[in-house]
Ligand binder design. Structure first.
Ligand SMILES: N[C@@H](CCC(=O)N[C@@H](CS)C(=O)NCC(=O)O)C(=O)O
Length: 283
């Protein structure tokens, strides 16, 4: 077993578990959380990967979203990775800003020094974690992907580029067009360099406009979100979905902000959306 169990709590008759492990891809020790529903005691279950936003660890979603009750009912595991490589030797933002470096890996494979040595979050999510978790835990290879803000960007990009690996994609308040917003420009310049042609593979609006989506997509965006529209650029995703005739439902929700109160309000609908596409009967 290459996973070390850090903690475990009973939750809705399932298990909320935190693990640490040595990541080969990220070249450092990592922690992540998993919710295993009660059904996982006697059978393998599909998994929803949840990618969190800026400043988060694996614990924000576990503690604040209230997703476990419905996941337990549906028989769906929740896999909640950290948002960047971690540890003393991992390069951070030069002035410790919250929107780059630690807690802000942006789910890309960095090519630029000094970040390339550890910041390979795309491969960590797409390759390393599923292989590890499906070997060590009672998970099937049926996966869905979701996330919030930076993690919504990650979920859209990873799902759009890997339609054979996931059944469905959803996002809350995603950074839709990182090539053209302050958070995205800073991150993509720092991790990938100034050549914008290398950014396109990590830009959900550009990917969706160019190739459409084989997977169903559900997006919720709060209209009282302080980061909408400057950072999130939801209108670019709406335009790309329309242009490509993608199977995407993008909902603008009046009154909701960027917080986990918004996520908690709609997470049940997202879990049931994924459950339908994962073929879970109770959805
Ligand atoms: N700290 C930042 C905002 C960071 C932020 O809003 N992070 C979101 C994701 S983009 C989050 O989930 N924060 C952690 C939480 O609410 O638990 C600021 O002051 O502007």
């Amino acid at each position: 077993m290459s996973l070390n169990q850090v903690s475990e709590q009973r939750c809705f008759a399932g298990r909320q578990v935190r693990f640490s492990h040595q990541s080969q891809v990220l070249n450092c020790e990592m922690q992540f959380s998993v919710f295993l529903p009660p059904q996982a005691e006697h059978q393998r279950v599909p998994a929803l990967y949840w990618l969190s936003g800026l400043t988060c660890t694996d614990e924000n979603f576990s503690a604040k979203a209230g997703a476990q009750r419905v996941a337990a009912e549906l028989g769906m595991a929740l896999v909640i990775p950290d948002t960047s490589p971690r540890g003393e030797g991992v390069a951070d933002d030069p002035v410790g800003a919250y929107d780059f470096g630690l807690g802000a890996g942006f789910y890309v494979n960095a090519t630029e020094a000094p970040y390339a040595r550890h910041y390979q979050m795309y491969d960590y999510i797409v390759q390393e974690l599923p292989v590890l978790l499906e070997a060590e835990l009672p998970l099937t290879a049926d996966r869905a992907i979701s996330g919030h803000s930076m993690g919504g960007h990650g979920a859209l990009v990873i799902g759009l580029r890997n339609s054979n690996r996931y059944r469905s994609i959803s996002a809350f308040s995603p950074i839709c067009h990182p090539s053209d917003c302050p958070w995205g420009i800073k991150a993509l310049t720092g991790y990938l360099g100034a050549d914008r042609t290398r950014w396109q593979q990590y830009d959900a609006a550009l990917l969706l406009a160019a190739q459409g989506s084989k997977l169903p997509i559900l997006v919720d965006q709060g209209l009282a979100d302080q980061f909408y529209p400057l950072q999130l650029r939801t209108e670019t995703l709406l335009a790309a979905a329309e242009q490509s005739q993608a199977p995407a439902e993008i909902r603008l929700q009046p009154g909701y902000d960027h917080s986990y109160y918004f996520i908690a309000s709609f997470i049940e609908q997202h879990l049931r959306f994924h459950a339908r596409h994962l073929g879970l009967s109770a959805a």
